[in-house]
Design a protein around this ligand. Structure first.
Ligand SMILES: Nc1ncnc2c1ncn2[C@@H]1O[C@H](COP(=O)(O)OP(=O)(O)OP(=O)(O)O)[C@@H](O)[C@H]1O
Length: 395
């Protein structure tokens, strides 16, 4: 059963002109589920969270938590935040600097009229859960960033809320700490079983933490699915871009076969059974690690769609090289957008030589690794299996 249910949620901020930040949003979050709201800055994630918490009043729509209506614009129901059994953890830890860790953690119990629970040891118990029992008598200024964030977690959890809202709680931590607090949070969620809504713009954080992801764009949800589905089968080009399919190749089929941004295409057709739509074009989205290269004149692998490219720049990354390429047209001139490639250095097919600016390379990708879209960003009816081959390069 859904614990959180939101329908037609809309938030328009007054002003000239008024801005609609959330637009008819719907959400169904199961009890105990960890939902991640993922999207770029300004798409309305925080506003959505604040509406759930009761810190912002939506302009329209309905929200129920645990089967109880907490907001209903039509019937003028709007329960205040302290009546919603919600814990919150923010990006800026927002600890009171003049209070001890103990007093900070105890704060929500006092604010919600649960002072008895302080005597019952809920503060110590929660501090133990997040490994900060030894810090209870310190002040926030005496803590590291990771410790402060654990205290903020304890404060969000101390009142044993049914729903915990997280607003980018890891983004102020350095990379190593972020990984350890993230793992911690995962464990804590498994142990306590609260329902969570976690806001982030970091896709790796979203994939690692979420039972399901809601990918937001301009106040609406583009895709609501498991991390695996979102990663492997992004529903729109916007989502594909957001989950790392950074390369956008625009293919066109003409009388002479396929071209890609003015460059001729050889090898396997990018998409076989095509209904290309009126424009006759097709967009392929690809991750840098799914673009393969070989020395010019060779083939990077079997069953690949092949192009010719030239290295613009490259950077050493330990086990791989990240390179930016440009495609080449029939005359060897640069064609179309840049292509980002991650070239493995180790293992079978690892790149052995140099990768210097100006170097010519063969470029290829397996159509099955690409996601295809119409050039308006919607999923394409094109498929990548079988079908006629395009004319080879130079034919
Ligand atoms: N009180 C307000 N009045 C007017 N506009 C607002 C108000 N609060 C937020 N906005 C606007 O609403 C939009 C969405 O803001 P919101 O903070 O929800 O986005 P976000 O996705 O959480 O972004 P970020 O990741 O940067 O925090 C932004 O364009 C913001 O400027």
């Amino acid at each position: 059963m859904s614990y959180v249910s939101a329908e037609g949620l809309t938030k328009t901020f007054k002003g000239r002109p008024p801005v609609t930040v959330i637009d008819g949003l719907g959400l169904e979050i199961e009890e105990g589920e960890f939902l991640v709201l993922l999207g770029p800055s300004g798409c309305g994630k925080t506003t959505t969270l604040r509406c759930l918490a009761g810190l912002e009043s939506p302009t329209a729509g309905r929200i129920s938590l645990g089967g109880r209506t907490v907001f209903d614009a039509a019937n003028r129901i709007n329960r205040p935040p302290d009546k919603r059994s919600i814990g919150m953890v923010f990006q800026s830890y927002a600890l009171w600097p003049h209070m001890s860790v103990r007093a900070n953690i105890a704060y929500p119990l006092k604010a919600r009229g649960l002072k008895d629970k302080i005597k019952e040891g809920w503060v110590e118990e929660t501090a133990r859960l997040v490994d900060c029992e030894a810090l209870l008598d310190r002040h926030p200024a005496q803590l590291s960033g990771g410790q402060q964030q654990r205290v903020a977690l304890a404060r969000g959890l101390v009142a044993r809320p049914d729903l915990v809202l997280f607003d980018e709680p890891l983004s102020n931590l350095d990379a190593r700490l972020r990984d350890s607090v993230r793992a911690y949070l995962h464990e804590l969620h498994a142990k306590l079983g609260f329902t969570a809504v976690f806001v982030t713009h970091d896709q790796s954080e979203a994939l690692a933490l979420g039972d399901r992801l809601a990918i937001m764009r301009a106040g609406e949800i583009d895709q609501f699915d498991t991390p695996r589905q979102v990663f492997e089968k992004p529903a729109t080009e916007y989502v594909a871009d957001f989950v790392g399919m950074a390369n956008r190749l625009l293919f066109e089929r003409g009388a002479d076969g396929w071209t890609c941004q003015g460059a001729p295409v050889a090898g396997a057709p990018p998409a076989a059974r095509c209904s290309l739509g009126a424009s006759g074009r097709l967009v392929a989205r690809l991750r840098p690690e799914d673009v393969h290269i070989a020395p010019a004149g060779e083939v990077p692998g079997d069953g690949m769609t092949l192009l010719k490219g030239r290295v613009l720049e490259s950077g050493y990354g330990g086990r791989h090289i990240d390179a930016t390429l440009t495609l080449e047209d029939r005359d060897g001139a640069a064609a179309g957008d840049r292509l980002h490639v991650r070239v493995p250095l180790a293992g079978p097919g690892g790149w052995a030589g140099e990768l210097a600016a100006g170097q010519k390379v063969a470029v290829g990708f397996r159509p099955a690794d690409a996601r295809f879209f119409d050039d308006d960003g919607e999923p394409s009816a094109a498929s990548s299996d079988g079908g006629a081959r395009p004319a080879p390069v130079g034919a």
